[in-house]
Design a protein around this ligand. Structure first.
Ligand code: ARG
Length: 307
């Protein structure tokens, strides 16, 4: 557990990302409250915003790998939902050779065409893949609901991932999973109401969760930056952190003041076209450098804690 519990240490992961090039981004169906078939993304603006996200990551010292988008998968641009990628601190002793991915099993069939392409990309890049369920059979799991933080896997469930998925994650990966029930329809993934910032700080929007989960999440975060519902609906928690740099789609003044007081540098990249699909910076980026044994503590047999 050494470094993961210390003071305001920087997150150890979040430098390497997978992103999907937005060549076929459209709003073809509405599976979250932000999607409106009468409000389509404009392709040139879409490309410009996406390139700006890539540039911001690279300027902050990060790296981006790119997967092309399938024509029949308009939401595939939200690469975070392709799967939960993990590497291992102990490559020699790991039967999977060090890299593995838990593929998402999307709640909505419209997004399930993305999974085979994700599976191929991860396999070609040396990841052993596992699936909790597939093609509508088994528990749903969407990786936008999962974060490694303080040695444990923090997982939101309800609108997308199902409670049963938490048990699979804990046992398959041999880690401690903490589950939080999401009840707000507009914060349908964990990454809309929660954003880990460093070893002790995280943005948390209690309005995203049921009472017990909101309370448990606040109790888990030593120094929470508590967001109002209105603040969270700017998508400010849908941000990524590279060391002390936070790449954000928007940042209300009060949130900015606190982040700056804590020593973070805020980089705003406007992604208005991607908000039309209900996602922002974190949804567009999938970290590949979360490490088992460093960011997630090994718990043989796994453990699930619900609020
Ligand atoms: N339209 C996509 C969906 O509803 C948006 C995904 C947002 N991704 C995220 N990690 N929150 O599935």
């Amino acid at each position: 557990m050494s470094t993961v519990h210390q003071g305001s240490t920087e997150l150890q992961w979040g430098r390497d990302y997978l992103m999907v090039e937005p060549n076929h981004f459209r709003v073809d169906y509405a599976i979250n409250p932000f999607m409106d078939l009468n409000d389509q993304p404009e392709p040139l603006h879409t490309r410009g915003e996406w390139l700006a996200v890539v540039a911001a990551i690279e300027a902050a010292g990060g790296r981006v790998q790119v997967l092309p988008q399938l024509p029949d998968a308009p939401d595939m641009v939200y690469a975070m939902n392709l799967g939960l990628a993990l590497e291992s601190a102990n490559v020699a002793g790991d039967p999977d050779g060090g890299r593995r991915v838990v593929l998402s099993h999307m709640r909505f069939p419209q997004r399930r065409t993305e999974t085979p392409a994700a599976d191929d990309w991860f396999a070609a890049n040396g990841f052993t893949s596992r699936a909790i369920g597939r093609d509508g059979v088994g528990a749903h799991f969407e990786a936008g609901d999962a974060f490694a933080w303080r040695g444990e896997l923090i997982v939101g469930y309800g609108p997308r991932s199902e409670e049963l998925a938490l048990k699979h994650l804990a046992t398959d990966l041999g880690v401690s999973v903490r589950g939080f029930r999401i009840t707000h329809p507009g914060m349908y993934h964990m990454d809309l109401g929660f954003c880990p910032l460093d070893g002790t700080r995280a943005m948390v929007c209690p309005a995203a969760y049921d009472e017990a989960s909101a309370e448990a999440l606040l109790a888990l975060v030593p120094e929470p930056l508590v967001l109002t519902e209105e603040e969270a609906l700017t998508f400010c928690a849908n941000s990524i952190v590279l060391g002390r740099t936070v790449v954000m789609p928007a940042c209300p003044d009060r949130v900015r003041a606190q982040l700056e007081e804590w020593g973070f540098e805020i980089v705003i990249v406007e992604v208005g076209e991607f908000l039309k699909g209900g996602g922002a910076i974190r949804c567009l980026t999938n970290p590949l450098d979360v490490r088992l044994g460093r960011d997630l503590v090994s718990v043989p047999g796994g453990r699930v804690t619900l609020a």
